[in-house]
Write a protein that binds this ligand. Structure first.
Ligand code: 8YV
Length: 313
């Protein structure tokens, strides 16, 4: 008999939903009209859960499935999951690292280039019929500029390597220095922002990083500076970011993630110096398929009694 699992969201990855259906008896919470009775009917037999879409996975949901032993997340960031609650209940949590690192780093550097060189702005310029009336304003290059990275994990390191390739000087900050890192560590984020022309947010979300990028950090980046966020919207004080861009305190921004997705602050929509993308860091056919497979492989490992492949807690 196939094991019963709960799937909390539609997972947008080629092949993932059909494979889940093939390997498991998948119960789709996201289709349920009455979640409470849906979960109650499964309480005696569900040990595995496939989660995605940034839906909060809290203690109440875990308690509704008392036999739950493994939560397999579709994504590297596990900030939507209450890890302490999972640990307290002996529930393992897995994620999808590595398979998305390069894809997210590629988008980060594309955003740096777009915000600096004005590709999206240029596209709008042509479509609005403005080119026939005169050329676009000169933009900024990135070569020789300083790239500051907040969070030198897998993705942050890949962005650092990309930055180097584009001739940028790389500095970084994080909770502690890493002796093996080849880029210069700056302990204080405000100091890093003062040094940097571009600050890329690449750290995880969650309580420890909430609103680390304050009005002071944005002011230190300055009117010629640029903020790029491919991590989590929660890391940036979004109202302060809007104010800094409005007031010319910060020069430019390129954002793939927001505090309350899919809501984007209205004020950003009209700004020519802002590039916006809808949380697409990992959103390619190839990478999403690999993420889906890794999530499923973790569930399969659990049911085969094997060690989990990419366990977080
Ligand atoms: C999401 C992400 O998983 O991996 C992460 O942490 O933010 C993304 O890759 C994706 O949006 C699917 O929910």
């Amino acid at each position: 008999m196939k094991p019963d699992i709960v799937v909390t969201a539609h997972i947008s990855a080629p092949g993932t939903m059909p494979t889940l259906e093939r390997e498991f008896t998948a119960h789709h919470l996201w289709r349920a009209t009455d979640e409470k009775s849906f979960l109650a009917a499964l309480a005696d037999r569900v040990e595995g859960m496939a989660v995605g879409g940034h839906r909060p996975i809290d203690a109440a949901l875990m308690d509704a499935l008392p036999k739950l032993k493994v939560i397999a997340n579709f994504g590297v960031g596990v900030d939507s999951i209450d890890l302490a609650a999972a640990q307290a209940r002996g529930i393992a949590v897995t994620n999808t690292p590595d398979v998305l690192t390069d894809e997210v780093a590629d988008l980060a550097i594309a955003l740096v280039l777009d915000a600096a060189r004005g590709m999206s702005a240029g596209d709008r310029f042509i479509r609005a019929g403005k080119w026939t009336k005169g050329g676009m304003a000169l933009q900024r290059g990135i070569r020789g500029k300083t790239l500051g990275i907040l969070g030198l994990g897998r993705i942050g390191s890949a962005i650092a390597a990309h930055g180097e390739h584009f001739g940028m000087r790389v500095l970084w900050t994080g909770p502690r220095p890493k002796p093996a890192a080849r880029w210069t560590y700056v302990a204080d984020l405000v100091e890093l922002a003062r040094e940097a022309d571009v600050l890329v947010v690449a750290c995880p979300g969650g309580a420890a990083t909430r609103r680390l990028v304050t009005a002071e950090v944005l002011a230190a980046l300055g009117p010629e500076g640029m903020l790029v966020n491919i991590g989590r919207g929660s890391v940036v004080d979004e109202p302060a970011l809007v104010d800094a861009l409005k007031g010319g305190i910060l020069g430019r921004a390129a954002l793939d993630v927001f505090e309350d997705e899919p809501k984007v602050p209205e004020a950003l929509l009209a700004m020519e110096n802002v590039v916006l993308t809808p949380h697409i860091g990992s959103a390619t056919i190839e990478t999403r398929a690999a993420m889906g497979q890794l999530m499923i492989d973790n569930l399969l490992a659990y049911y085969a009694g094997k060690p989990l492949l990419t366990r977080v807690v």
